[in-house]
Design a protein around this ligand. Structure first.
Ligand code: ATP
Ligand code: MG
Length: 445
């Protein structure tokens, strides 16, 4: 993409309404525009990052054997009356009527709808295990929408639902989701810590929230610092292997890690003092096992291998896709702007032409642009007639992890400069070497 052809409405001033850094930077970098309280339009660069996040989620769900579906945002109230949640959900549910006076609602989550799909089409244990998920807009009429996309009213969420014949299978589904979530966050350059949680209005027996540590997080968190050393790295994961998934889940849930809602001071005090940490965190996902709550209420059952009719065991699992943009920025920025992790960056590399219109620098930039594109990467070429300082400030603000700077002096010596956004370190290289380095960096992302 050439910057002169892009729509990147950056703001020079800090928007007064933004109280936290991620909200401020998303507005300044022209990623979102507020439409009304807690509701945003996604501008090209904001949408691009969201799509990268979405893709990681889809890929990891596919690896785990989960199947994508898409359910409507507008639902009839009838199903919610069956489960009893139409009345229970309260003020956060946006309710409306169609022209015939029928009660409708904008989906805050979709347990009812998915259970209805299940009971219409599945009747035997032979069709299990089954996990269906979607990435779809949700609406919750939050009393205090704030912090930009972090606590919106309309937000984009992955919600998945597993159906299993008994507790043991459902437990594996729980562990499998935990591993797939850990892997997804890791690919986004994030550490999200699973913390034992309350189940809240969804109602559950076992549940973990995933929290990203950040000063601006809404939850107070208490954890054993041993957990921050854990990574999956390039561990080979077989999602059909019950033992492996259980082992990883145990590894990640053994160290103490809880939010203020479930914090247990006595247990926490058993952690060696030097490892006891109190901090704040942003919830970027949650997994639930809730047994037969919805299947009992809505009559979703299967025939098991003994020929008995049994209610199906279920769980539901969510990732805050739009909130993740805020969480990633909270975890990865500096005074000059965003620092995107390679896994989610909107463009792989910036190309800055220090003297637009100079035959030499223009040619090197165009060659790099073409070669990078041919290699399957997406560069953002700053081809504006602007001062170097302004070009660097824009690149720093929008946070591309790598930048190649092309100036007349370098071109004369046959070199360009490759700069890492995170460390600020630069290196002079031949253009083809700079390109090879960028290709190599992304080959493992
Ligand atoms: P919270 O406690 O933050 O209100 P929740 O526990 O009610 O969230 P879940 O039902 O677990 O939310 O939804 C799954 C994920 O969706 C959450 O982990 C969070 O990342 C995201 N999410 C929930 N509410 C919002 C919101 N108002 N704006 C943006 N993302 C949200
Ligand atoms: Mg939650």
């Amino acid at each position: 993409m050439r910057l002169t052809r892009y729509f990147l409405p950056v703001l020079k001033e800090n928007p007064a309404e933004a109280k936290i850094v991620s909200h401020r930077l998303m507005l300044r970098a022209g990623m979102i525009k507020q439409a009304s309280a807690g509701i945003y339009s996604w501008l090209p660069m904001g949408l691009k990052v969201m799509q990268r996040i979405e893709r990681i989620v889809h890929e990891e769900q596919a690896r785990a054997g989960h199947l994508p579906v898409l359910m409507p945002t507008l639902q009839s109230a009838d199903l919610w009356r069956e489960s009893g949640r139409y009345d229970d959900y309260g003020e956060e549910m946006l309710r409306m009527q169609d022209r015939h006076g029928r009660d409708m609602l904008y989906t805050p989550t979709a347990e009812e709808l998915i259970t209805d799909i299940f009971r219409a089409h599945v009747s035997s244990y032979k069709d299990l295990p089954l996990t269906l998920y979607q990435i779809q807009w949700k609406f919750r009429d939050e009393i205090r929408p704030r912090f930009g996309v972090m606590r919106g009213r309309e937000f984009y969420m992955k919600d998945g639902y597993n159906f299993d014949v008994d507790y043991e299978h459902a437990l594996h589904a729980y562990n499998r989701h935990m591993v797939s979530y850990l892997r997804s966050y890791e690919r986004m350059g994030l550490q999200a810590i699973p913390m034992r949680a309350d189940s809240g209005p969804i109602g559950g027996e076992d549940t973990h929230e995933f929290l990203v540590l950040a000063e601006t997080g809404e939850s107070e968190v208490f954890y054993d610092s041993a957990i921050t050393g854990l990574t999956l790295g390039d561990r080979d994961i077989d999602y059909t292997n019950w033992d492996q998934c259980a082992l990883i889940a145990r590894e990640w849930t053994e160290p103490y890690a809880r939010t203020d809602e479930t914090h247990d001071e006595a247990l926490f005090n058993q952690v060696p003092e030097a490892r006891r940490k109190v901090s704040r965190g942003i919830e970027v996902g949650q997994i639930f096992y809730f047994g037969t709550k919805y299947s009992d209420a809505m009559g979703a059952s299967v025939v098991n291998d003994k020929g008995e009719q049994v209610p199906v065991h279920m769980g539901s699992h969510g990732i805050g896709v739009s909130r993740l943009l805020g969480a990633i920025i909270e975890a990865s920025h500096d005074d000059n702007g965003i620092v995107w992790p390679e896994g989610v960056t909107p463009f792989h590399c910036g190309i800055v032409n220090l003297r637009q219109g100079d035959a030499g620098t223009d040619r090197v930039c165009e060659d790099l642009y073409a070669a990078m594109t041919a290699a399957g990467l997406e560069p953002l070429y700053d081809d504006r007639e602007e001062r170097a300082g302004a070009k660097f400030a824009t690149m720093d603000l929008i946070g591309l992890p790598w930048r190649i700077t092309v100036g007349p002096r370098g071109v004369k010596n046959g070199v360009v400069e490759l700069t890492c956004r995170r460390t600020g370190e630069s290196e002079e290289l031949k253009p083809e070497m700079a390109l090879a380095r960028v290709k190599e960096i992304y080959s493992s992302v």
